[in-house]
Design a protein around this ligand. Structure first.
Ligand code: PMP
Length: 391
């Protein structure tokens, strides 16, 4: 037979993630650390590489790394699950606590993977939108909704991506008390915000915390994230996870990075200083509104944001994230904090673009941005322009 049955109906209009490696000069679109691993760590990897057992399967539960993370957090190894980036762990949570007939409570605009993973696993999504002005969570509405008793899992990015804000800890505690649903507090940007719900784990069996090596620890390329949770939660997640999803090399390097994590402290402090520079710089530009951030990126609103995004890319080689088509994020762009050189370039480009806009508004000219018809990075099918994933 020559036919092909259609896949699951849920895949309908989902768009696959196009993993383009943008050849742009200044990539401020993925909230990565602008610096590679410290030289000491790279030198150690290089020196020990010849003895590395590439031929052996990895430890399915990342034992050595798991123990190190547990010790640093005052927990047992049974409270830790290492995954192939935070993304995999979010998917595992949805596989185990979501699924057909079950419900995720989501507070958009937020990290796109929560809603996408819900769709992929046939989980119903109940949305309680954030406040349109400052992106705070509608606390009353969330508490009232979970009290109805039918929510199975709640996901809250803390700080939120892409808006950058934290919700008061008192709300998260109230939420944990109001429901027995599993509550993911996604602390992917913890090293920048320094806010953690870790102290509340002892009282709340339904609290799960997510962290990642992709942001502060310069390991986005290797894919390592981890959960802190009660042992019974980890046991359930271990049933649905891919046994060898975290490869030996990534476990080894992440272990080394975790042991040496103090060396990242000065970089983190520098990124926080740079975040102030970017927030302040954007705040100086007429027509631009920057939202305060507790992470390594800044969300800002500007009229005709998609045109600004295009001009930044084509005229200046600066790639930021266009969120302007997402509900609640109309005219919003997100810029990741890069090196001081990257940030300066971005701010100068923004200043020029806004000045040329004012000029063209006054004199009816077209302004600076002449861009080629062909977009080298993001043609009409670029992921940022479609409904789909993103970092
Ligand atoms: N959570 C949030 C809020 C994020 O922004 C990201 C990355 N963009 C992740 C989780 C996942 O990160 P990774 O898979 O690289 O660990």
């Amino acid at each position: 037979m020559a036919g092909l049955r259609p896949p699951r109906a849920e895949l309908g209009d989902l768009v696959p993630y196009e993993a383009k490696e943008p050849t742009v000069e200044t990539n401020l679109s993925a909230n990565e650390n602008p610096l590679n691993l410290p030289h000491e760590v790279i030198a150690t990897i290089a020196a020990r590489l010849p003895e590395f057992a590439f031929n052996r399967y990895p430890d399915p539960m990342s034992g050595t790394l798991r123990t190190a993370i547990a010790e640093a957090n005052g927990l047992d190894a049974g409270n830790i699950l290492v995954g192939n980036g935070g993304d995999e762990l979010i998917f595992d949570l949805m596989l185990a606590w979501g699924g057909p007939g079950r419900k995720l409570l989501n507070v958009p605009p937020t990290f796109a993977m929560y809603g996408l993973d819900a769709r992929m696993t046939g989980t119903e999504v109940v949305e309680v939108p954030r406040n349109a002005k400052d992106f705070s969570i509608d606390e009353k509405a969330v508490l009232a909704r979970v009290k109805e008793g039918d929510i199975d899992i709640v996901m809250i990015a803390h700080p939120n991506n892409p808006t950058g804000n934290l919700q008061p800890e008192t709300f998260l505690i109230d939420l944990l008390e109001a429901t027995d649903a599993l509550v993911l507090v996604d602390e992917a940007y913890f090293e920048f915000s320094r806010h953690t719900m870790r102290p509340h784990m002892a009282r709340h069996r339904n609290l799960v915390i997510l962290r990642t090596f992709s942001k502060a620890f310069s390991l986005a390329g290797l894919r390592v994230g981890y959960l802190l949770a009660h042992e019974e939660v980890i046991t359930e997640l271990a049933k649905v996870r891919q046994p060898y999803s975290v490869d030996r090399f990534s476990q080894w390097v992440a272990g080394m990075v975790f042991r040496e994590r103090v060396v990242f402290e000065s970089q983190i402090q520098e990124l926080l200083r740079q975040r102030d520079v970017v927030e302040h710089g954007l705040g100086q530009l007429p027509g631009v509104h920057a939202f305060g951030s507790e992470a390594n990126f800044v969300l800002f609103r500007v009229d005709r944001a998609s045109a600004v995004w295009r001009d930044l890319l084509h005229s200046y080689g600066v790639l930021v994230r266009d969120l302007s088509r997402e509900p609640g994020l109309e005219d919003c762009l997100r810029v990741s904090i890069g090196s001081s050189k990257d940030n300066k370039r971005f701010l100068e480009a923004m200043a020029e673009l806004m000045a040329s806009r004012r000029e063209s508004d006054m004199f009816g000219t077209t302004g600076v941005a002449q861009h080629p018809a062909e977009n080298p990075v993001a043609g009409p099918g670029h992921a940022s322009e479609k409904k789909g994933r993103r970092k």
